[in-house]
Design a protein around this ligand. Structure first.
Ligand code: ZN
Length: 437
């Protein structure tokens, strides 16, 4: 088989395609499924009995996906090499009854999802995407993906002439009142949302039962900077890592004994407590089913977990040129300075020294530079799915990701080289015969 072009520029173009195909977590899981399926992975369903024969498989649950391979030399009894990432990003999500009017304009009501940088959603042309549940002919319900890339919505900012305090107090946004997008200047003629959706989907209006829909910025990803050294895009946190994980799994070697597993979870931005989140039963159940299909004993199951390692792949903060004082001065992080190991003494990240040593050794094997992030003591630290996974499964976990600026903005910024380095690091992690101790 011809190896795909793994140059940084080619990787970046592929990442841009992945992000553009994934305006919602449901689309991200579906895009990952499509790529895996095209590469020969077989889809399995949770309600079915799973094949006992070795092979490469995946399952999708809403906005989450788990993929693994028991082909080649991979043996469940040897343990797992897991990559975890998340498909969701902070955004504005449509309310169940979205139709609203104010000052003679039609609006759609939204809830704020996750820790969005609210200012970044102002004055952007927004599309709408997600999934819709409809009643089918047999009176069952079915779920379909929906996406509209037309400029449907916009959250208009208040003119500075009407808010002089912005100069002295900064921008202050009330999340209930100030983030509602406009949908039409003519409420008398604008359609109700459900009627509009019915027309778009060709589903009768009374058969549209419910939805999980959200807004997305329509500006496409772009390379920028005088030397084209920066890459701007929506949802880099954390579709960059999802894409790196899919790329890594598809390029991983069949020679390693460990079973490679890719887990793309939903709902990390709101605490992971859901059926498709990292704190739920999804991953432990899937791992146990993979294990049982290998005809192993319960004792071997615990031994396999003890030999397993998880990389929690998520964005890292680069040192901001305008706010360098917000960063720990002895741990600067540079855009394109290499993947970033994230440490926290209070275990907000999963990294510990054996896990860090394991990943640093692999990076050294393939000559990839690594950086180190730690928060200031006077600055609360974010978190990832790493500690949740470490606690649930009791396996060695390392938090690592690509340096970026503007995390949780509607449009984030990273470098042009590190996305490819990160995918190479994750690929070597899945393929390495190194054990952890
Ligand atoms: Zn993240």
């Amino acid at each position: 088989m011809e190896r795909p072009d793994s140059s940084p520029r080619h990787h970046l173009e592929d990442l841009a395609e992945f992000v553009s195909a994934s305006p919602s977590p449901f689309h991200a899981a579906s895009e990952a499924s499509r790529r895996l399926s095209e590469a020969g992975f077989t889809r399995v369903y949770e309600a079915d009995e799973w094949p006992s024969s070795p092979g490469s498989y995946y399952l999708q649950r809403g906005g989450a996906l788990v993929a693994w391979s028991t082909s080649g030399a991979h043996r469940p009894s040897a343990g797992f090499r897991l990559i975890g990432a998340h498909t969701d990003s902070p955004n504005l999500r449509l309310r169940p009854r979205p139709d609203h009017q104010s000052a003679g304009m039609a609006q759609l009501g939204v809830e704020i999802y996750g820790g969005a940088l609210l200012n970044s959603w102002l004055d952007r042309d927004l599309g709408l995407s997600g999934r819709i549940s409809v009643r089918s002919k047999s009176n069952d319900t079915s779920t379909v993906l929906f996406r509209c890339d037309e400029p449907l919505l916009r959250v208009p900012q208040l003119a500075i002439h009407l808010d002089r305090s912005i100069m002295t107090e900064g921008l202050r946004l009330d999340p209930q009142r100030h983030l509602q997008p406009v949908w039409s200047s003519a409420p008398q003629s604008a359609p109700e949302f459900r009627s509009w959706l019915s027309e778009r989907t060709e589903v009768p209006v009374n058969e549209i039962l419910s939805w999980d829909l959200m807004t997305h910025d329509l500006t496409p990803p772009a390379v920028l900077g005088v030397d084209e050294s920066l890459f701007a895009s929506a949802r880099l946190d954390n579709l960059l890592s999802c894409h790196a994980g899919v790329t890594a799994l598809l390029s991983s070697s069949l020679e390693a004994p460990y079973v490679p597993v890719l887990c793309l979870f939903d709902h990390e931005e709101v605490g992971s407590q859901s059926a498709s989140g990292a704190a739920g039963q999804l991953l432990p159940t899937v791992l146990e089913r993979i294990f049982l299909s290998g005809d192993c004993t319960r004792d071997q199951w615990f031994a396999a977990l003890a030999s397993s390692v998880c990389v929690s792949a998520d964005g890292a903060h680069a040192t901001h040129p305008n706010w360098p004082e917000r960063h720990e001065p002895d741990h600067p992080v540079h855009i394109d300075g290499g993947p970033v190991l994230k440490w926290n003494a209070d275990a907000r990240y999963g990294t510990d020294s054996p896990g860090a040593a394991h990943l640093l050794s692999i990076a050294r094997d393939i000559d990839i530079p690594m950086q180190t992030f730690v928060s200031r003591n006077d600055m609360p630290c974010g978190s990832t799915i790493g500690p949740v996974t470490a606690a649930r499964l009791g396996i060695t976990t390392v938090d690592v990701g690509v340096a970026q600026l503007s995390m949780h903005s509607a449009r984030e910024l990273t470098g042009v080289v590190d996305p490819a380095r990160f995918a190479a690091l994750l690929g070597s992690f899945l393929s390495s015969p190194r054990s952890v101790s």
